[in-house]
Design a protein around this ligand. Structure first.
Ligand code: GLU
Ligand code: MG
Length: 454
């Protein structure tokens, strides 16, 4: 820390920097957390004292990037974290605890230029592409699901509740309320929350926002959910499929593109109320879905969720009603033009939200730029079709394993452009390694199945 020369590297508005310093002084914060993520989306945090804050806002704080997953190895490992003053928030605290602020950082090189390995930069670049195509806002509404367990040592559930279960069964209602209060205290708008289908499974939905804010909010959300659970003596997990035979946890992601306050996905004269732009965006997501998979579903375990029968999508198709399709267009209600959107149902809440939103945006923009045609919707339940029927209708499936997904990513020119060479290369290597470690494991299932008969 601090081994990098002082020099003004900030690109933020000087007024915003002054305001945030005043606010911190008024609030009497004892220290400020600086946050960023590695390429897998793990939150990285370090704390600085108020006396260092002015210098840190202007020059950034140096750190050694060599121990951050997906960042540079030993050579060229000096990195600088520059806090974004607009992301300043006071962390929720209980009586008597220290006052702590937090800011999200962009990671730059010592010369002040953006670091290609920073996931937030990949999202910023995707948004630049969007702006160059005439849009100004990519709105995102993610629905993160998670489980509460007695501890992180096992999967003992806290209740037997089900979808929308009410208080008597829902041991965690109080906990959910406390979580929502903590999220709202950090400026995160909450729209909706309920018990999910599986035992001990919950969902708290944030009010939509632009993609960069939403990625910042998503990493904050995950931390708050975990912290509030821990303070109450239980464990919250975003692992995509922790319980065999039960629904996994998804992160359905609602998306729309805006320009000058108008929703560019809406066209009232179309039978689906979708504009040419909206349709081409969806066509882009569908055509590139297999290449995107290792970004929105990045773990070996993610592919245990993406199987038939648990309300998670498997087939690459879109629909207005059918929840087995990959993309759903929520039904249009008159007067709700602004809410016309595409809901992609395959991401899981353990993804890196910066890379996921960037990859989704690039795939959609590719559809718009190249004028992809959208196939008609698939309104029958795709799970009930035989594999021959699916083949006849040209329905493609998502990759079945992380290994298959990584092969798609490694061959994807679009994803290489979307992530940039550095992240693309590091990500492919990292995920191949994860897959290789997994595929050589011997499982209890194999011993039970084969040992006695072979
Ligand atoms: N938990 C389901 C999934 O894995 C989604 C259930 C729902 O909200 O419809 O995606
Ligand atoms: Mg849900």
């Amino acid at each position: 820390m601090g081994m990098i020369e002082s020099k003004d590297r900030a690109t933020s508005d000087p007024g915003a920097r002054k305001d945030v310093m005043k606010q911190m002084e008024k609030e009497g914060v004892q220290y400020v957390l600086f946050w960023f993520t590695d390429i897998e989306g793990h939150l990285k945090s370090f704390a600085i004292t108020p006396s260092e804050i002015e210098g840190a806002l202007n020059d950034g704080m140096g750190f050694d990037g060599s121990s951050i997953t997906g960042f540079n190895a030993i050579e060229e490992s000096d990195m600088v974290a520059i806090p974004d003053p607009t992301t300043y928030r006071l962390m929720p605290t209980r009586e008597g605890e220290a006052k702590v602020g937090r800011m999200i950082c962009d990671v730059v090189k010592p010369d002040g230029t953006p670091y290609e390995g920073d996931p937030r930069y990949a999202l910023r670049r995707a948004l630049e592409r969007m702006e160059s195509m005439g849009f100004d806002t990519f709105n995102i509404g993610p629905e993160l699901e998670y489980f509460l367990f007695e501890s992180n040592k096992g999967t003992v559930t806290l209740d037997e509740g089900g979808y929308f279960a009410m208080t008597a069964l829902d041991a965690a209602t109080e906990l959910r309320n406390e979580t929502i209060q903590a999220l709202e205290a950090m400026g995160i708008g909450i729209e909706y929350h309920h018990h999910e289908v599986a035992p001990s499974q919950h969902e708290i939905d944030m009010r939509y926002s632009n993609a960069l804010d939403m990625a910042d909010q998503t990493i904050t959300y995950r931390l708050i959910v975990k912290e509030v659970a821990a303070k109450n003596g239980v464990y919250a997990t975003f692992m995509p499929k922790p319980l065999f035979g039960e629904n996994g946890s998804g992160m359905h992601t609602h998306m729309s593109l805006f320009k000058d306050g108008r929703n560019m996905f809406f066209d009232g004269s179309d039978q689906y109320n979708l504009s040419v732009t909206g349709k081409a965006f969806i066509a882009g997501l569908l055509r590139h879905a297999r290449e995107l998979a290792p970004i929105f579903a990045q773990w070996v375990n993610s592919y245990k969720r993406l199987v038939p029968g648990y309300e998670a999508p498997v087939y690459v198709a879109w629909s207005q009603r059918n929840r087995s399709a990959l993309i759903r267009i929520p039904l249009y209600k008159p007067g709700s033009e602004q809410a016309t959107r595409a809901e992609i149902r395959c991401p899981d809440p353990a993804c890196n939200p910066y890379l996921t939103f960037a990859a989704l945006l690039h795939a959609g923009l590719e559809g718009i730029e190249k004028g992809y045609e959208l196939e008609p919707p698939m309104d029958s339940n795709l799970y009930h079709l035989t594999s021959e029927e699916r083949k006849e209708r040209g329905i493609v499936s998502l990759p079945e394993t992380l290994g298959e997904a990584v092969d798609e990513l490694a061959a994807s020119e679009l994803m290489r452009r979307a992530l940039g060479d550095h992240i693309w290369d590091a990500y492919v290597r990292l995920k191949r390694k994860e897959w290789d470690e997994y595929r050589i494991q011997l499982t209890q299932w194999e011993l039970d199945r084969y040992l006695g008969v072979l």
